[in-house]
Ligand binder design. Structure first.
Ligand code: IDP
Ligand code: MG
Length: 141
């Protein structure tokens, strides 16, 4: 399995619930390393740029408002099969459909306030990592 990098975001709902540590523990216990972090509070415009692929979806406005409602923790995760592994640890977008033991099953309240973001492909991981980080900020270990 290839070593990959992926972007994870702990969303405003999970930051507010004080479960940053629990989420990072799951990543580390499953073989992913945190190689960059950035706690930031996105503006609605910045959230809109990040989620531009969803601009035509009916929930886009609500999504941008939610993602700019409080601080988030953006991270780069590195490890074997990191993109798919992170998506597995996250669980389904709708927490009611998320497998038990996943981050969203345990910490998400609804399909919009769903605790975490994770890149869905290698191409999007590269774009999303570059949105938050420069190459100088990535520290493999
Ligand atoms: P993902 O986060 O599991 O990759 P996407 O389909 O890429 O899911 O959607 C991006 C984000 O948009 C979701 O995490 C969720 O916060 C929000 N979202 C997706 N579908 C809906 C919906 O039907 N209603 C409200 N919000 C949604
Ligand atoms: Mg997505």
């Amino acid at each position: 399995m290839p070593v990959e990098r992926t972007l994870s975001i702990i969303k405003p709902d999970a930051v507010a619930k004080n479960v940053i540590g629990d989420i990072i523990r799951r990543f580390e216990e499953n073989g992913l390393s945190v190689i960059a972090t950035n706690m930031t509070h996105l503006s609605a415009v910045e959230a809109g740029r990040f989620y531009e692929v969803h601009a035509e979806r009916p929930f886009y406005g609500d999504l941008c408002e939610f993602m700019s409602s409080g601080p988030v923790l953006a991270m780069v995760l590195e490890g074997k099969n990191a993109i798919t592994l992170n998506r597995q640890l996250m669980g389904a977008t709708n927490p009611q459909e998320a497998e038990s033991g996943t981050i969203r099953a345990d910490h998400a309240d609804s399909i919009d306030a769903n605790a975490v973001h994770g890149s869905d492909s290698a191409e999007n991981a590269a774009i999303e990592i570059a949105f938050f980080f420069s190459g100088l900020d990535l520290h493999s270990h």
